[in-house]
Design a protein around this ligand. Structure first.
Ligand SMILES: [Zn+2]
Length: 195
């Protein structure tokens, strides 16, 4: 095929992909996030839909990590709410552009280094954050823990991604964020001269 004709074909394919693009509320994988719990010893797996108590299914990804690991805003946004629920424990919700929200649950409720359930607000959330505050991607919101129904489990943040009021599987977004983060770390290491 002649290069010119090939370019025309590529253009047609690209245009039809744009025209027949999935609707705006779909799980299109286009939301760019930073990894919301940047600590060493972080583990996460795709457990979307796994069964949970009372016939519920898992609507997020559990990001395992040490107690007090930083929990950061996954993208620029506005703090929508803080709260406590018997299942979620201490949580925070951030709203973002294009109808996205990120939810962070089971934040720390203990005195650091213990499992005493007697934490203080400054060991749960970053001091001074308020509903309506603007946050930027990577800004620390709080600390990882085991509050709510995570009390007798490994410390982890239950992370949810919602779009237009519907939970979508955050796993591939986290995976992409994780890969970008590891690449950045690698670049940083390589830029530091050997001494
Ligand atoms: Zn979970």
């Amino acid at each position: 095929m002649k290069p010119k004709r090939f370019r025309a074909l590529v253009l047609i394919v690209a245009l039809s992909a744009a025209v027949f693009a999935v609707p705006a509320d779909a799980d299109d994988g286009e939301f760019m996030i930073v990894f919301p719990q940047p600590s060493e010893a972080t583990e996460f797996a795709n457990t979307w839909g796994n069964s949970r108590s009372d016939g519920r299914s898992h609507q997020g990804t559990d990001i395992l990590g040490p107690q007090m690991a930083p929990v950061v805003a996954a993208a620029d946004g506005v703090i929508e709410s803080f709260g406590y629920g018997p299942r979620s424990g201490y949580y925070i919700v951030v709203s973002h552009q294009d109808g996205y929200e990120t939810w962070y649950m089971h934040l720390n409720n203990d005195t650091p280094g213990t499992d005493d359930g007697r934490g203080a607000p400054e060991y749960t959330y970053m001091v001074g954050l308020d509903v309506g505050d603007q946050v930027v991607a990577g800004q620390q919101l709080g600390f990882a823990g085991d509050s709510g129904n995570a009390e007798w489990t490994t410390h982890h943040t239950h992370f949810e991604l919602h779009r237009n009021g519907r939970a979508i599987n955050p796993y591939k977004y986290l995976q992409a964020a994780w890969e970008r983060w590891q690449l950045e770390l690698q670049i940083e290491r390589e830029e530091v001269p050997f001494r």
